[in-house]
Every structure is written in structure tokens, then in C-alpha cells.
Design a protein around this ligand. Structure first.
Ligand code: FAD
Ligand code: SF4
Ligand code: SF4
Length: 462
């Protein structure tokens, strides 16, 4: 008999007033008993609607049945047929709009905690299995992968398993892309990402860091070095600003810079070599996951007031509901229906405030969300010492500008032929945020997988 409890087995978390002062993981993970209890809520639907909500089509009832039977190696085996990053996706996938949104248990009550179970199985495997991956038989062909984010890591792993000699070229000094420089430690511990990268190296993937393709080497040079195909997984790391007066004042950051300093450079540590100014009043402009991460980091660095300034309402916020709830619990102040107009500074060029205008919601725009309409005469000043712009990113144009024959759209995203990731340049494939613009980990991973299969097909036929 399935467990008909209407609610998910709750996830143990650090108390809000403790966790908003440390960078340790917020969600502590299920115990074995909790995982089995939650797995028993799955009805094992024959038509598997939840699977249609997963971009990589994980056999969700299949792995959950194994958890319910207490067969954790079996559960991991089912997961690993479709995903190479289950510990990551179980933590950061927007499950509520993907697999869990289609779960039949969610029609009347709460859906099965698919993400929580995926995380449980992946964590169990990481701490209990010491099996080294079998080294594939080399097929004598070389492929270069640009970028060590989820798209590049997945493409590299799949190609290495097929026997290709794969080298990843990563611009930063650490691998993992946004998983290490963007998403904070309290949502995704970096040791988990490192474990995945170590696994790739054991498979024989060669990882070269501090290699900015377009500067140190070009794509043409990668071909001259004997690579027969190249995968571009360089993400969308170029921040956008609003173009309002005062954005170049001291104390105005892009969310990317702020989060990179904290996560990658570990500026939150007392003995950090690259410390960051610890402001008392911080405004984060934007309403996505990136804005929530920046606001929660600012709070953990000791800010007394942290504002999320967002021009639409709470319902229109693109951030994951769980992240918004966690931010509210941690004391972040939401100033919705508010749009910044100007950043104010003192005689030293340091930010002191922000002029904002109140908004109301008008007609829906192209995205289907109601547009903010500024209310005349509603301007007010918010006193702040730092401002973090989190209104989106686009791909860095470096690779495009140094690679003849590559096509991009008007947002700078590489143009590819459907799922194969094939670009306008023969032998060059692309996927992840570099193609879609800022999206999700699982979509980037799925793109890396499809491109690896397409590269294999191309080279087999060559
Ligand atoms: P990236 O992860 O950006 O990796 C690209 C890599 O390429 C980087 O390491 C970069 O240094 C490298 N690179 C760039 N240019 C070059 C070059 N010229 N030469 C060599 N290397 C290069 N998604 C979710 O699903 N859930 C979340 O909760 C979530 N939260 C997020 C929070 C933040 C703060 C951010 C910024 C993003 C978040 N996302 C989230 C989005 C998700 O992380 C991205 O969609 C995903 O990482 C994209 O993967 P990618 O491999 O395409 O690119
Ligand atoms: Fe759900 Fe993401 Fe796991 Fe797919 S990868 S089953 S969408 S949590
Ligand atoms: Fe289980 Fe929900 Fe999927 Fe049905 S839809 S198989 S209950 S996870």
C-alpha cells in the first residue's frame, strides 16, 4: 500500500536565524527512514506523467521504486542512465515547474519529493561507493570542450565514455561554471561539484584551467592541434546593467561579480586574500534565483538590511518558490512593484542611496507576465551602501568574435540546428546557456548530452 500522506516528508533545514549567519548548506537532506517514507508516496503510475516534466527523461518511478525497496545502488543505477549530475539537480532543479508539477499526487495534495529523493540517492552513492569508473578503450580521436559548466562537463563525460580523448579548456582557475562561481555554498556545496569533476578526470578527461579560448587559443588553433570536433559550453556570463545614472559609483556590483568574489574567491572567509566590502544596507535589483542568492549572501556577510527591489509583484517573480521562502525566512526585505531610477553617491563616489519609483501592474507583455507601469509622483529614496544588479546576463562575445563562420542571434546566443547543437561551422557544436541564454542546470546538462551524441555520430561518419 502506498503512503497516502498528503504532504511531502519535510526536509530538515538549519534554523533561519542560525543559517543567515553561516555559509553551510541550508537543507540538511533526508535520513534513510525519511527517504523510504517519501518514496512510498509514489503511486508508480503506469503512464509516468512526471517523466514528461524532466528535461532528461529520468525514469522517476523506476528509481523511486528502488528507494522504497531499499536498493540504493539500484536507484543510483537508474538515475545514472540519464543524468551525470543527480546530486546537483536534486538540489537546484526547479522541480516545482518540471517533474513535480506533473506528479499526480500534486493534483490534490503535495507532489512526491522527487528532487529530494534524487539528492538522497546521489549523496548516498557519493559517501558509500568507492568504485572507480572503468577507463574506456581509446578510439584515437580528439575532441576539445570549451567551458567546465554543466554543459561542458556532461559533453566531456559522455564523449570520454565513448573512447574520445577529451580536453576541457576552462577560463577560470576552477571547474564547475556557475555551479562553483554563482550558486552559493549554502545551496550547493562545492565538494559535490568537485566530486563530479574528479570522476571525469578518473575517466581520462584532461582538464586545463586558466585557458580563455579566444585569447590564449582560438577554435581554429584547437583544430590545428588535432581536435576533430569542438563543443562550446561557455555559458552566459556577461552581466546586464539598467543604464540608469550612477551605476558606475563605488559599491555598485553586478550579481556575477559579487557572487564570484564570494563563492569562487571565498571572500566570506575572515582570512580571505580577496576580501569584499561588508555593506550594512544592500539593495539587490531583480527577482530571479541569482537575485535571491546575492541577497542571501549579503545577509550572511553581515548586512543589517537587505532589500530585493523588483518591478513586478511577488507572483511574477521568476525565482524558485523555495528560494523566495528561504530568503523571506532569513530576513530579506521584499520591495516589489518598485523600479530604480537613479543611484545616488557622496563626494567620494560611494553609493549612498537609490531613487525608486512605485509601479502597478498593467497589461501582459510578450512573456505573458503583466508589465509594470510606473506611478507618477511616487518617487522615494532608499538609503543604501551597496547595490547589486541582477537583471540578467548574456553570452560573452569573445568566442564569437574570434571564430570565423559562427552565427549568433541578436542577443549574442550561438545559433544551432535543433537538439544536435551543430553550429554554422562544421565540426563545432554548442549547448547550454551559450545557446539558450541564462537557463537551468538540467537544460545545460541535457544540451551537453545531445551534443555529445551528435559529435559521435558526426565523427563516426567522417
Ligand atoms: P556555465 O555554468 O556558465 O559554465 C560556462 C563555463 O565556461 C564557465 O566556467 C566559464 O568560465 C567558461 N567559459 C566562458 N567563456 C570561456 C572561454 N572563452 N574559454 C574557456 N572557458 C570559458 N539553474 C538551476 O537549474 N537552478 C538554480 O537554482 C540556479 N541558480 C542559479 C544561480 C546563479 C547565481 C546563477 C548565475 C545561475 C543559476 N542557475 C540555476 C542557472 C544555471 O546555473 C545555468 O543555466 C547553468 O550553469 C548553465 O550551464 P553552462 O554549462 O551552459 O554554463
Ligand atoms: Fe526532476 Fe530535475 Fe531530477 Fe529531472 S533532473 S527528475 S527535472 S529534479
Ligand atoms: Fe510517482 Fe508522481 Fe510519478 Fe506517479 S506521477 S509515478 S506518483 S512520481
Amino acid at each position: 500500500m502506498p503512503n497516502m500522506d498528503p504532504v511531502k516528508c519535510p526536509m530538515p533545514v538549519q534554523p533561519a536565524d542560525v543559517r543567515n549567519k553561516n555559509f553551510d548548506e541550508v537543507a540538511l537532506g533526508y535520513t534513510h527512514e525519511m527517504a523510504v517514507t517519501e518514496a512510498q508516496r509514489c503511486l508508480q503510475c503506469r503512464h509516468k506523467p512526471c517523466v514528461n516534466g524532466c528535461p532528461v527523461n529520468i525514469d522517476i518511478p523506476g528509481f523511486i521504486a528502488k528507494v522504497a525497496e531499499d536498493d540504493l545502488p539500484g536507484a543510483y543505477e537508474v538515475l545514472s542512465r540519464q543524468t551525470s549530475l543527480p546530486a546537483v539537480c536534486g538540489r537546484v532543479c526547479p522541480q516545482e515547474t518540471q517533474c513535480e508539477q506533473l506528479c499526480v499526487r500534486g493534483i490534490k495534495h503535495q507532489p512526491v519529493g522527487i528532487g529530494r529523493l534524487e539528492r538522497y540517492v546521489a549523496d548516498w552513492q557519493r559517501t558509500n561507493s568507492s568504485k572507480a569508473p572503468k577507463k574506456p578503450v581509446p578510439n584515437g580521436r580528439k575532441v576539445a570542450v570549451i567551458g567546465a559548466g554543466p554543459a561542458g562537463l556532461t559533453a566531456a563525460g559522455d564523449l570520454a565514455k565513448l573512447g574520445y580523448e577529451v580536453t576541457i579548456y576552462e577560463a577560470l582557475h576552477k571547474t564547475g561554471g556557475v555551479l562553483v562561481y554563482g550558486i552559493p555554498e549554502f545551496r550547493l556545496p562545492k565538494a559535490i561539484v568537485q566530486y563530479e569533476v574528479d570522476g571525469l578526470e578518473k575517466l581520462g578527461v584532461n582538464v586545463q584551467t586558466n585557458m580563455v579560448i579566444g585569447k590564449v587559443l582560438t577554435i581554429d588553433e584547437l583544430f590545428e592541434m588535432g581536435n576533430q570536433a569542438v563543443f562550446i559550453g561557455s555559458g552566459a556570463g556577461l552581466p546586464r546593467f539598467m543604464g540608469i545614472p550612477g551605476e558606475s559609483l563605488k559599491g555598485v556590483y553586478s550579481a556575477n561579480e559579487f557572487l564570484t568574489r564570494i563563492n569562487l574567491m571565498q571572500a566570506w572567509k575572515e582570512d580571505s586574500h580577496t576580501p569584499i566590502v561588508r555593506a550594512k544596507r544592500v539593495a539587490v535589483v531583480g527577482g530571479g534565483n541569482v537575485a535571491m542568492d546575492a541577497a542571501r549572501c549579503a545577509k550572511r556577510l553581515g548586512a543589517e538590511q537587505v532589500y530585493i527591489v523588483y518591478r513586478r509583484g511577488m507572483e511574477e517573480m521568476p525565482a524558485r518558490q523555495e528560494e523566495v521562502e528561504h530568503a523571506e525566512e532569513e530576513g530579506i526585505i521584499f520591495k516589489t512593484l518598485t523600479n530604480p531610477k537613479e543611484v545616488l553617491g557622496d563626494e567620494n563616489g560611494q553609493v549612498t542611496g537609490m531613487v525608486c519609483v512605485k509601479c502597478e501592474l498593467g497589461e501582459p507583455d510578450a512573456s505573458g507576465r503583466r508589465s509594470p507601469v510606473e506611478i507618477e509622483g511616487s518617487e522615494f529614496t532608499l538609503e543604501i551602501d551597496a547595490m547589486i544588479m541582477s537583471i540578467g546576463t548574456s553570452p560573452n562575445p569573445l568566442i564569437l568574435s574570434t571564430t570565423p563562420g559562427l552565427e549568433a542571434n541578436r542577443w549574442g546566443c550561438l545559433v544551432t540546428k535543433g537538439e544536435s547543437g551543430e553550429t554554422s561551422r562544421q565540426g563545432v557544436y554548442a549547448g547550454g546557456d551559450a545557446v539558450t541564454g541564462a537557463a537551468t542546470v538540467i537544460l545545460a546538462m541535457g544540451a551537453g548530452k545531445s551534443a555529445a551524441a551528435a559529435i559521435d555520430e558526426y565523427l563516426q561518419n567522417k
